[in-house]
Design a protein around this ligand. Structure first.
Ligand code: ATP
Length: 270
């Protein structure tokens, strides 16, 4: 479980990126922080592993104030996936994945074997382990980034625009993969994205942020879509977008769903 209690972050230049933020993220759930550029999403994420320290307030992971945990130990115990993988270019894929376990004392051979298993787990051929990151596609690099974040078997996974740098088809594949992994592993995932569709697809809870990380609305995707809190949320999620407004029609005795463009969206089960 991750708790933000009245957290504020004012950067040295005077920008208050996060203003009195409160949120509880239950264990084993995926929460998406969504908002436009500069709304404080990355700042919020990085406060969990102390890459950013709050100006005031407290962040707790499993009931423990992160300030009371050694920074290096904390960072190694929390998986972090960033945009474009963030891989070390001069290390092979397998060594990228094995780095944190080796630093934490796992013998190199065992760490490499585990890394090969992890590559398989994220849908990559382990033979790619011998390559360098520059010899992989963007989507493959992102998968390696996920494998690396999982290597220390963390309870918490922080993901900052993890699929931002790939094309829409690969993005969709990676999203499906993450859903599968999440169903299998049950980590506590905090996902930062500016893509509301991605948030709805992946998260149990979605938090929509205005500037200063002020919560415009928090809820399940269904709650937010059905009852947007205000015009800001409505505009942000496009609740009235044609592809989201569905209605039923009777076609030869079967109920079919059509979207606002009149395109078939599905068939209702009898
Ligand atoms: N190291 C820093 N020093 C000064 N100001 C910063 C720093 N990091 C972020 N900011 C400012 O804090 C605000 C929030 O930034 P943050 O990166 O958390 O937002 P974001 O929602 O993740 O944005 P994006 O989607 O563009 O990544 C912005 O106004 C940004 O300019």
């Amino acid at each position: 479980m991750i708790e933000y209690r009245s957290v504020t972050k004012t950067y040295p230049g005077g920008t208050t990126a996060v203003d009195e933020f409160d949120l509880t993220i239950p264990a084993h759930r995926t929460v998406a922080l969504v908002g436009s550029s500069g709304s404080g999403k990355t700042t919020l994420l990085r406060m969990v592993n102390r890459m950013v320290e709050p100006t005031s307030g407290t962040v707790l992971v499993d009931g423990q104030d992160v300030r009371d945990v050694d920074r290096v130990a904390l960072r190694r115990s929390i998986g972090y996936v960033m945009q474009a993988g963030g891989l070390l270019p001069h290390r092979t894929v397998v060594d990228n994945v094995a780095t944190v376990p080796v630093l934490s004392g796992v013998p190199r051979r065992r760490a490499r074997l585990q890394a090969l298993e992890l590559l398989e787990r994220v849908g990559l051929d382990p033979a790619l382990g011998r390559r360098y990151p520059g010899q992989l596609s963007g989507g493959q690099q992102q998968r390696v980034g996920v494998a690396r974040a999982l290597a220390a078997d963390p309870q918490v996974l922080l993901m900052d625009e993890p699929f931002g740098a790939v094309d829409p088809i690969v993005r969709r594949e990676l999203q499906d993969e993450l859903r599968r992994l999440q169903a299998e592993l049950g980590k506590t995932v905090v996902l930062v994205t500016h893509d509301v569709d991605e948030a709805f697809r992946l998260a149990d809870q979605v938090v929509i942020l205005r500037a200063g990380a002020r919560v415009a609305q928090a809820g399940t995707p269904a709650q937010i879509l059905a009852h947007p809190a205000d015009d800001f949320v409505r505009a942000f999620v496009g609740a009235d977008r044609a592809e989201r407004t569905l209605s039923t029609r009777d076609v030869r005795g079967r109920q079919v769903l059509v979207d606002g463009h009149g395109h078939l969206a599905g068939v209702l089960a009898p």
